[in-house]
Design a protein around this ligand. Structure first.
Ligand code: AMP
Length: 302
């Protein structure tokens, strides 16, 4: 069962206590697709500008990622983001953002992708997320991500999107901003009132929390790791591991299944943060993920 992802593809300039990298490959859909491809075939849809380096077209070579929905748009510029984690590894400060191609029309979903049963609307403009969703015929599971920029500038469109999806993944600050509730359980319940059946609130080094419409709440710590080089993409890799696993579960989305999926997301993210850009994922294999997942499970039992 293929998993469709659409979101940002961009060039990131990243500053962390470990150093600085200029114009490295990034974007929410890039991290998600790479992470999810350890579990299932992935279909990637997105647009870059004519200034985009070839890396966007070669980075998935050898992986089960169908890039036929990747558009190099003439006359447009690639999305760019400059983020800093120098003050706080748990929270990116946006130094500069140039939406460029992200502020234009949605990229076209190839007709052959419209039967995708699983879909992740990675962080991008909520209008683009809705346009993408409208192209799909009967998806089984649609999960979206968002961020403070869209909550502040496109709230009405974001609320419309929430009425059309099954799950939302966002971080604690974003959940508070969206709902104006300080308590995260209250914030999660308010998100659920807007439409999703479950919400996953990411809390950086403090892990993640799942709240479902049937009233279940589940918390999971982050995988304990000392090597934190660059947190960029942790959230998207988390979502990639989570959705990648879910899309192999034959359409069963019980709370128990979602919990296991959260643990896979946590494990994949723990590798992403070990290096800049995609470096933490590029030398990884599924066996290493499974070994760490089992060790994590063991560490959680008491
Ligand atoms: P995260 O997984 O939350 O760390 O997301 C990291 C990625 O989000 C980076 O590679 C950025 O290119 C991308 N990003 C930053 N700002 C935006 C935005 N406004 N819209 C879409 N993607 C963004």
């Amino acid at each position: 069962m293929s998993l469709l992802v659409t979101g940002s593809l961009g060039l990131d300039t990243i500053e962390t206590p470990a150093g600085k990298r200029d114009n490295v490959i990034g974007g929410s859909a890039i991290y998600f697709a790479y992470a999810a491809s350890f579990f299932t075939p992935v279909r990637l849809v997105g647009a870059v500008g004519e200034d985009a380096p070839d890396d966007f077209f070669t980075v998935f070579e050898g992986r089960d990622v169908d890039t036929s929905g990747l558009e190099k748009r003439k006359g447009s510029k690639t999305f760019r983001w400059h983020g800093s984690y120098v003050k706080d590894l748990n929270e990116a400060v946006t130094v500069e953002v140039d939406l460029n191609v992200l502020a234009e029309r949605a990229p076209k979903i190839p007709d052959t992708f419209c039967d995708s049963r699983y879909c992740f609307l990675a962080n991008t403009h909520p209008v683009l997320q809705q346009q993408m969703l409208a192209c799909l015929k009967g998806p089984k599971l649609v999960v979206a991500d968002t961020m403070n920029l869209w909550i502040q500038t496109e709230r009405a469109e974001l609320v419309k999107l929430l009425g059309k999806i099954h799950g939302l993944v966002l971080n604690d600050g974003e959940a508070r901003l969206l709902t104006e509730k300080k308590n995260l359980i209250s914030a999660a319940k308010d998100v659920l009132k807007l439409g999703p059946k479950f919400v996953v609130i990411k809390k950086g080094e403090h892990g993640a929390m799942l709240v479902t419409h049937s009233g279940e709440a589940f918390v999971l710590p982050a995988y304990p790791t000392e090597k934190v080089v660059d947190p960029t993409g942790a959230g998207d890799s988390f979502a990639g591991g989570m959705m990648g696993y879910l899309s192999t579960q034959g359409g069963s989305f019980s709370a128990a299944t979602i919990k296991r999926a959260l643990a896979f997301g946590t494990v994949v993210a723990s590798y992403t943060i070990g290096d800049f850009s995609l470096g933490g994922l590029q030398n990884l294999n599924r066996d290493q993920i499974d070994d760490r997942w089992n060790a994590f499970k063991q560490a959680m039992s008491f």
